[in-house]
Ligand binder design. Structure first.
Ligand code: PHE
Length: 475
C-alpha cells in the first residue's frame, strides 16, 4: 500500500527532467515581447549605451534577487503561486491570490498581441512587403472586426495545446526545441542587419552608424531627471522581462527537483534573458536607424515593431520578405513560450485549488480566456475608449489591462514579497533553499541587502511613478 502511494505521488508531481529543461523553460517565459519589442524601444529612447549599462547592473543585483526569491519559494513549497504564499505563512495567503490575478490579466491581452504577430507572419508569407509597409495598415488591421479575433484564437489554441500536454511533454519539450533556435535566429538577423546601408536625401547610413546609435551614450542629453527616468524605465523593464512577481517563476520553481543547483540556474536564466534583450536591440535599433533615421526610432511602443520594421523590410527589397517572415516567426516562438508560462501558472493554480485534472482544467481555462480576449479585441472598435492613466500615458482597454498588471500590481506584489522574505520570515528562509544539498550560495550578502533594503525602495519608486507621484516631483 505504501509503495503504491509513493508511486502515485511521484507520478502526480509534475517536474522538469533536469536543470537544462528548467533553465530553458524559465528563459522561455522570460524571453518574450518585452525583450524583442520593449527593450529596443526603451534603449533607443534613452540614447542607447547608458541604458544598456544600467540595465546590466540592475539585472545582476535587483533582478538576481527577485528571480532567486520567486524560484526558491516555488521549490521550497512545491506549490504554484496561488497556494505557495499561504504555505510559507498562513497570514500571507492573500499574496497568492493577488499574484494569481496578474497572469489572469496578462493572458487576456498577451494572446491578442500574439494574434497580431501571427497575422503579420502569415501576411509576410502570403503578401508582398509593400502591403504591410503602407501607412495605416496596422491600425486598420487591429480595428477590424473579425481578423484580430481569429488570429488571437489561433495563438491561444497553440498555447493551450502545449499546456495541455503538461510540464515535461509540453512545456519542456517545446522550450528545448524553440529556445536554442530563437537564439541562433536573433544572432543571425543582428549580424545581417549590420551589413546593411541605405541612402536617403543624399545621406548614407551604414551598420557602423547604426551600431554607434545603439551603443554610444549621448551624455550631452543626460540630465538628473532624465537619468532618474532611465533608472525607473530600466527597473520596470527588468522586472517585466524576468517574469517575476506574477507567480510564474514560483510555479516553474515548484517543478524543479531538489538536486538542481538553483544559483547556477538563476544566473543562466538571467544571462539568457539579458543577452536576448541586448541582441534584439542590436537587431532592431541599428536597422531602423539605417533606414528611417531618428524619426523612425521615435515611433514608440507598438509602432516600432508593427509600423517601423515593416517599412524597413520593404526598403530591403527582395530579401525583405524573407527577413520579415523569419523575424515574425521568431517573435511568435518567443511570445508562445511566454504565453505558455502564463497559462500554465493559471492552470496549475486552478488544478491545486479545484483538484481537477490538467486536461480538463486547460480546456476550461482556454475557453474562458478565449472569451476574455475577444473583449480586448473589441476594445479597438466596438468598445473603444481612451483614458489618461495616472502615469500620464493615454490608453484604451489593452493599455489599461497592461497598466493594472505591470505597473500597479506587480510592484505591489514584489514589494510585499520583499517585506515577507526580508523582514518577517527573514532571508534565511530563502538562503536555506538555495543551499539545499550543500551548494554554496555565493551572493548571500548581496541577496540580503537587496531583499531587505534596496529592492523595497526601488519598488516603492516604481509604484510611485506608476501612480503619477514621481511626475509631480520631476516637474
Ligand atoms: N517576460 C516576458 C517578456 O519579456 C513577458 C511576460 C509577461 C511573460 C508576463 C510572462 C508573463 O516579454
Amino acid at each position: 500500500m505504501d509503495n503504491q502511494n509513493t508511486a502515485l505521488n511521484t507520478k502526480k508531481k509534475a517536474s522538469f527532467t533536469g536543470s537544462l529543461g528548467f533553465v530553458l523553460a524559465a528563459a522561455g517565459s522570460a524571453v518574450g515581447l518585452g525583450n524583442i519589442w520593449r527593450f529596443p524601444y526603451l534603449a533607443a529612447k534613452h540614447g542607447g549605451g547608458l541604458f544598456i549599462l544600467v540595465y546590466i547592473i540592475l539585472a545582476l543585483t535587483f533582478g538576481f534577487a527577485l528571480l532567486t526569491t520567486d524560484i526558491a519559494i516555488g521549490r521550497k513549497t512545491g506549490k504554484s503561486a496561488l497556494q505557495a504564499y499561504g504555505a510559507l505563512s498562513k497570514k500571507w495567503g492573500f499574496l497568492g491570490a493577488l499574484s494569481f490575478i496578474v497572469p489572469a490579466i496578462i493572458l487576456t491581452y498577451y494572446s491578442v498581441v500574439g494574434g497580431w504577430i501571427t497575422k503579420y507572419a502569415a501576411d509576410y508569407i502570403i503578401n508582398d512587403t509593400s502591403v504591410m509597409a503602407k501607412d495605416g495598415y496596422f491600425t486598420s488591421f487591429i480595428t477590424s472586426n473579425i481578423s484580430p479575433i481569429v488570429f488571437t484564437f489561433i495563438f491561444l489554441a497553440v498555447t493551450a495545446v502545449i499546456v495541455f500536454f503538461g510540464v515535461e511533454k509540453g512545456i519542456e519539450k517545446f522550450s528545448k526545441f524553440v529556445m536554442p533556435g530563437l537564439l541562433v535566429l536573433i544572432i543571425g538577423i543582428a549580424i545581417f542587419s549590420l551589413t546593411l546601408s541605405h541612402t536617403e536625401n543624399g545621406v548614407t547610413r551604414n551598420g557602423l552608424d547604426g551600431l554607434a546609435r545603439y551603443f554610444v551614450p549621448d551624455f550631452s542629453k543626460v540630465t538628473l531627471s532624465s537619468f532618474f527616468q532611465l533608472l525607473l524605465d530600466a527597473t520596470g523593464q527588468l522586472f517585466y522581462s524576468l517574469s517575476v512577481a506574477m507567480g510564474i517563476m514560483i510555479t516553474y520553481g515548484s517543478y524543479v527537483k531538489k538536486d538542481v543547483n538553483l544559483s547556477k540556474s538563476v544566473s543562466q536564466i538571467e544571462i539568457f534573458d539579458t543577452a536576448v534583450a541586448i541582441l534584439s536591440g542590436l537587431m532592431i535599433v541599428p536597422t531602423v536607424f539605417i533606414f528611417s533615421g531618428e524619426a523612425g526610432l521615435e515611433n514608440s511602443g507598438a509602432g516600432l515593431m508593427f509600423v517601423a520594421l515593416p517599412k524597413v523590410f520593404e526598403a530591403m527589397g527582395v530579401i525583405g520578405k524573407y527577413v520579415g517572415i523569419t523575424f515574425f516567426i521568431m517573435v511568435i516562438f518567443a511570445a508562445l513560450t511566454s504565453s505558455v508560462s502564463i497559462m500554465e501558472t493559471i492552470v496549475a493554480s486552478c488544478m491545486g485549488f479545484f483538484k481537477t485534472t490538467r486536461k480538463k482544467t486547460s480546456l476550461i481555462i482556454a475557453a474562458i480566456f478565449a472569451t476574455a480576449s475577444v473583449v480586448i479585441c473589441l476594445g479597438y472598435n466596438v468598445l473603444y475608449f481612451e483614458l489618461t492613466l495616472p502615469n500620464g500615458a493615454v490608453g484604451q482597454l489593452l493599455d489599461v489591462m497592461d497598466y493594472l498588471s505591470n505597473s500597479v500590481l506587480m510592484p505591489i506584489i514584489s514589494l510585499l514579497t520583499c517585506i515577507l522574505i526580508g523582514w518577517i520570515l527573514k532571508p534565511k528562509s530563502i538562503i536555506e533553499e538555495m543551499e539545499v544539498g550543500g551548494v554554496r550560495f555565493k551572493k548571500k550578502t548581496l541577496y540580503i541587502a537587496i531583499v531587505k533594503y534596496i529592492a523595497p525602495v526601488m519598488l516603492a519608486l516604481i509604484l510611485a511613478q506608476a501612480l503619477g507621484i514621481t511626475n509631480l516631483l520631476l516637474k
